[in-house]
Write a protein that binds this ligand. Structure first.
Ligand SMILES: Nc1ncnc2c1ncn2[C@@H]1O[C@H](COP(=O)(O)OP(=O)(O)OP(=O)(O)O)[C@@H](O)[C@H]1O
Ligand SMILES: [Mg+2]
Length: 476
């Protein structure tokens, strides 16, 4: 940031001018506004790095200005000026995402110090952002992120096969990104200008799926009052994405096989043959090979579909991606909600890395969205933000059956030390004992050092050791 741009909003001319002069003297670019609405106009038209606004303004007040700023330019840092004795509004402003506040009367040096700190922070954020963008650029393809080796192979593969007309079968658990991959394939093919049509084969009963895919003629069945085109026809010159392909019935399997072999079909109840030019991308959570072995899925169709298989590994098998995706979603939802982007604290990182994410990337995405929605602070994202429950057992509160995240975490901790999840008080004691033992081991029984690491006095440690029957050597 060579010359940070600062907007000053204050209705008192003297204040406005003296702040402006002091900032200009430091080399900042400065603009001033005398009312809240004038300030809001500036924010909407121009980009500022920093806004310094009085909270008490005629018309639109400082909080309203702050709100607009967060909406239109989440990256701008806001410093508010409060009157002596109105700390509550200042606290309110901080909750809404202001960077800092300064109370009148103040010296220019004080204000300059806050501005300098803010500039430093914004610069660090910028730096992080460009590093992240570089990282994401290297480990992504059309918004699909992945630095795990298998994922990188997947990205390479779809880059390679997207332009061709090959049929692609995407295989992966729920939430692993099958639909985003299908989308990326379409948008990187020569058919990108054509339609991308998705059909969920699991959502419809057999008869409906057949008419959905192939359409029907007027009078084909009771209720068929008009002729209707099916999805195959609608996808002409484009891509048809058949989601949950493992769910289709034998009848539809036969018809699908024919379209794949001959590129033609008839509408339900019709005799004229329709030809289509459609690229097929299919997805399944099921192991289709097993379905073939058990006779539920036609082998000939299976081989037609599996021309190019794309396996999406579950998130638990690509731990490298967990933090990359988490940071990506933090940025995405932070921007969407106009909140300053936080980052995961070390403890929160540990928590997401240990968690198995049965709902895969979608579950991680939902978790981060909840954290960003619920957190009203601008700093790190903590474990309890991820949980979203005030009495999260992670913090020693009551176990919440509704919170999959924490019950698993508690389960994990309890499992490690062989306890029932419900027994929290005992679990905490057991955990404490194990933890102390671990630290003592690490410090080779040096109690002074162990007490320092644990953040307790030597006496407290001694008492705990006595209580938990820890009687290692008496060194330290
Ligand atoms: N590698 C990735 N990078 C970025 N976002 C991803 C990635 N994988 C998945 N997502 C996001 O996760 C969410 C779930 O992805 P998607 O809907 O494609 O999963 P799916 O495998 O089709 O799930 P389901 O089987 O439940 O339909 C989407 O919001 C998607 O944008
Ligand atoms: Mg899907």
């Amino acid at each position: 940031m060579s010359q940070p741009r600062i907007l000053i909003i204050d209705d008192e001319p003297l204040m406005r001018i003296s702040i402006a002069d002091a900032l200009k003297a430091e080399g900042y670019q400065v603009k001033v506004a005398a009312t809240g609405s004038e300030g809001v106009d500036c924010i909407k038209k121009e980009q500022f790095n920093i806004i310094i606004s009085d909270l008490r303004l005629p018309g639109l007040d400082g909080l309203q200005v702050l709100q607009t700023c967060k909406e239109v330019s989440a990256r701008t840092g806001v410093i508010v000026i409060t009157a002596h004795g109105s700390v509550e509004t200042a606290v309110e402003a901080m909750k809404m995402g202001a960077y800092d506040y300064i109370t009148k009367p103040f010296s220019m040096d004080e204000l300059l110090l806050i501005v300098k700190r803010l500039v430093k922070m914004l610069e660090l954020e910028d730096e992080n952002r460009s590093l992240r963008e570089e990282l994401e650029g290297r480990f992504s393809f059309k918004g699909i992120l992945g630095k795990n080796e298998k994922m990188r192979e997947v990205l390479e593969k779809i880059k390679l096969v997207a332009p061709s007309d090959s049929t692609i079968l995407i295989i992966g658990e729920s939430g692993t990104g099958k639909e985003v991959v299908a989308n990326a394939i379409h948008h990187n093919s020569s058919r990108r200008e054509g339609p991308f049509i998705r059909v969920s084969c699991a959502a419809l009963p057999e008869s409906l799926l057949e008419t959905e895919l192939f359409g029907h003629e007027k009078g084909a069945f009771t209720g068929a009052l008009r002729q209707r085109k099916g999805r195959f026809e609608l996808a002409h010159h484009g891509t048809l994405f058949l989601d949950e392909i493992g769910e289709i019935s034998q009848v539809v399997q036969v018809k699908l096989l024919r379209v794949l072999q001959e590129r033609q079909f008839e509408r339900v109840g019709g005799t004229s043959t329709i030809e289509v030019d459609v690229r097929l991308v299919c997805a399944t959570q099921r192991d289709l090979k097993k379905e073939v072995q058990s006779g539920r899925f036609r082998e000939d169709l299976y081989y037609r579909l599996i021309v190019v298989p794309v396996y999406l590994p579950p998130l638990r098998d690509r731990k490298e991606d967990v933090l990359l995706l988490a940071e990506h979603f933090l940025e995405k939802f932070g921007n969407r909600m106009g909140k300053r982007r936080g980052t995961l604290s070390e403890e929160a990182k540990g928590m997401v890395l240990r968690y198995s994410f049965p709902g895969n990337v979608r579950e991680l995405e939902n978790t981060i969205e909840r954290a960003v929605t619920l957190s009203n602070h601008a700093g790190n994202v903590e474990p309890w933000d991820l949980c979203g429950f005030p009495s999260c057992p992670y913090l020693g509160g009551r176990p919440q059956a509704t919170c999959g995240f924490c019950s698993e975490e508690t389960h994990l901790m309890a499992g490690e030390i062989g306890l029932r999840v419900e027994d929290l008080a005992a679990a905490r004691e057991q955990f404490e004992r194990q933890y102390i033992l671990k630290v003592l081991e690490k410090t080779q029984d040096n109690k002074t050092e162990a007490a320092r690491i644990l953040g307790v006095s030597r006496k407290a440690l001694w008492e705990k050791c006595k209580r938990y029957g820890i009687s290692k050597g008496a060194n330290g």
